[in-house]
Design a protein around this ligand. Structure first.
Ligand code: CA
Length: 154
């Protein structure tokens, strides 16, 4: 009995000290991710469509935010790369989900957010849950980047 009380108090301490969301993520196996980014750049302004495959190893998660960025390299930064599109995705338990973002959506988003980027060739990256709002036991799989660079023309 004493051991059970000890274990219970230790658990409460870990929850309080470690931050509830992180510990809950570890206990329940939440692990949304993004696996592939496929770009169609055959449009008159270069990049015309981006197909993103999201993964979700754990329980269902609703409205998980993601950002599409243009980057000069394969490592992505939500803070410093140009964000050309943002939305959220509902992820079913287990399996994968494909989302297509077309150029019209990108242009609308950039006009509204007043994001600007120079014409040029870029890697196209996707960052899932860029502000770390959802439970996730492994954040290493929350970014994916295109195979090579693609032209973006304003
Ligand atoms: Ca993850």
């Amino acid at each position: 009995m004493r051991n059970i009380v000890r274990i219970a108090s230790l658990f409460v301490m870990v929850m309080v000290l470690g931050g509830c969301s992180g510990v809950l993520g570890l206990l329940t196996g939440f692990n949304p991710g993004v696996s592939t980014v496929v770009v169609d750049d055959t449009g008159s302004k270069g990049i015309s469509e981006i197909d993103i495959v999201f993964t979700n190893a754990g329980p269902a998660l609703d409205a998980v935010a993601y950002a599409v960025v243009l980057s000069n390299g394969t490592s992505l930064s939500y803070a410093s790369d140009a964000v050309i599109y943002e939305d959220s995705v509902d992820l079913k338990a287990g399996g994968t989900q494909t989302v297509s973002v077309n150029r019209e959506l990108i242009d609308e988003f950039m006009a509204e957010s007043q994001e600007t980027v120079s014409d040029g060739n870029y890697y196209v990256g996707v960052i899932l849950d860029p502000l770390s709002r959802v439970n996730d036991e492994d954040r290493a799989d929350n970014q994916a980047v295109s195979q090579g660079e693609f032209n973006f023309t304003n």
